[in-house]
Ligand binder design. Structure first.
Ligand code: 13P
Ligand code: SF4
Length: 312
């Protein structure tokens, strides 16, 4: 291993110990960040872990809304993100004021929001969901409940199709998942007929329809680990391949390409803003720190807690 990388990893290990810090990483983080993280997970697992930790500092290696969710759950802890500009195009597709106006004109609807939203959107929400628990939570609501689902139209459409609900969908989408190419993936399947297709529900419906498994990052990992096939076409952000290969070294995982890209994978530029250097710097300087407006946090915590209760 290169000496600079070893030194950096050693520095991070020392700082973590000295400051009683927990480094958490989403599966889309760079390989070297997943390697040093104390905990890796999908959005649900990251929120659950944040709610349960006794660390003094949480370093959330993911995107801004993940840090915000951790801060809302742990207001007394310092929550750091290595790069404050790691946003999310899906969260950005739902402006809080516009969303508030939309839900205010439908007072008889239950508002369900995907965790990929700002705290301000969560403040106008009744229940937060992740891709890992959305189906279970929607199914736990009475069949005739009127529901607004935001902001991901693809995940919302998927939940409507598997539950038979007719939720009103906010027209948002993720720039990574919304640009996978059906044609290129069909061509990959022709070249690898034995490969199973794993699809994140933020992808468009035609991709969901050709999937052997639709699920959150954790659900796709679990499926691949338990399944008997030897090869998989992975239709989500390509960072997940690191943990898939680590968990199943005997299997082959092929990254699915985007429509408009020359390369053989599809990366979230926001997730990739975090680097090992930035993780070390944020532990050293204890910033950038996530701060959430107290009034917004007091409102946003209710739907997040409701999600945690309903996912037990
Ligand atoms: P998961 O909760 O499935 O990990 O998804 C988070 C995300 O940002 C997907 O783009
Ligand atoms: Fe947001 Fe899409 Fe990146 Fe996930 S992959 S963090 S939904 S922009």
């Amino acid at each position: 291993m290169d000496t600079d990388l070893t030194t950096l990893k050693e520095e991070i290990a020392c700082l973590k110990k000295e400051k009683n810090a927990l480094v958490m990483a989403h599966y889309y983080q760079r390989d070297e960040i997943q390697e040093i993280a104390d905990f890796i997970g999908d959005s649900l697992a990251l929120a659950q872990k944040a709610a349960a930790t006794d660390a003094d500092i949480i370093v959330m290696c993911g995107v801004h809304f993940m840090g915000e969710t951790a801060k809302i759950l742990c207001p007394g802890k310092k929550v750091l993100v290595p790069d404050m500009s790691a946003g999310c195009s899906l969260a950005d597709s739902c402006d809080a004021e516009e969303f508030a106006r939309f839900v205010e004109t439908r007072p008889d609807y239950t508002v369900v929001s995907y965790v990929n939203t700002s705290a301000a959107v969560k403040a106008h929400t009744d229940i937060v969901v992740t891709s890992g628990n959305a189906r279970k939570i929607i199914e736990s609501l009475p069949e005739d409940e009127k529901i607004i689902f935001g902001p991901d139209k693809n995940l919302g459409g998927y939940i409507n199709s598997v539950t038979g609900r007719d939720m009103i969908l906010w027209p948002g989408a993720c720039h990574v998942h919304d640009r996978f190419s059906l044609e290129k993936i069909k061509a990959m399947k022709e070249a690898h007929p034995g490969a199973k297709i794993l699809v994140h529900p933020e992808c468009r419906k035609p991709l969901q329809l050709i999937a052997d498994k639709v699920g959150s990052t954790a659900a796709l990992l679990e499926f691949a680990a338990a399944d008997e096939a030897g090869e998989y076409i992975v239709v989500t952000e390509s960072g997940i391949l690191f943990e898939m290969r680590r968990k199943c070294p005997e299997k082959t995982f092929l990254a699915a390409p985007a429509e408009d890209s020359e390369c053989q994978c599809n990366e979230c530029d926001y997730m990739k803003l975090n680097t090992l250097e930035k993780v070390a710097a944020c532990l050293r300087d204890e910033q950038p720190e996530i701060i959430v407006d107290e009034e917004i946090a007091a409102k946003a915590i209710r739907p997040i807690r409701r999600m945690l209760e309903l996912s037990r």
